[in-house]
Design a protein around this ligand. Structure first.
Ligand SMILES: [Zn+2]
Length: 137
């Protein structure tokens, strides 16, 4: 038999995941959950799934519904991690936004006065008009 504590714990992990997902959706832009937390959450969910499968197997039982729930929770945790990772990457791109030299196309830092590649002088922001972009994804 699966012990009751384990099931209780399972339920709380699943509830946890649901709450965090909702929060992510409503609270976009504010990263309450950072990459590390998302990784920890994924690892925890995977561990729980493993423990559940092992426990069922050991006892010669099956509970496809619960396993399925866990698989969903793991998938959800993976999605969260991917999302948080992407959001964080985007944020760091914003911080180090670069401009493109209109003459040679080289990427130079936002506040550069000269192109480090061809030496083009940037008189004003006009020199890179239309050229300001985020670094390649
Ligand atoms: Zn240049």
């Amino acid at each position: 038999m699966l012990d009751f504590e384990f099931l209780k714990q399972s339920a709380s992990v699943l509830a946890d995941a649901a709450v965090k997902t909702t929060k992510d959706l409503t609270d976009k832009g504010k990263h309450k959950m950072d990459v590390l937390a998302a990784e920890r959450h994924l690892a925890k969910t995977q561990r729980q799934l493993g423990a559940l499968v092992y426990s069922l197997h050991k006892n010669g039982e099956s509970n496809d519904q619960l396993v399925k729930k866990y698989l969903q929770a793991v998938a959800q945790a993976e999605e969260q991690l991917a999302q948080v990772t992407a959001e964080q990457a985007e944020e760091s791109r914003d911080v180090r936004m670069e401009k493109i030299c209109m003459r040679c196309g080289a990427e130079v830092s936002k506040d550069a006065t000269f192109c480090s590649c061809c030496g083009q002088k940037f008189e004003s922001a006009d020199d890179t008009r239309g050229g300001v972009r985020h670094t390649e994804k």
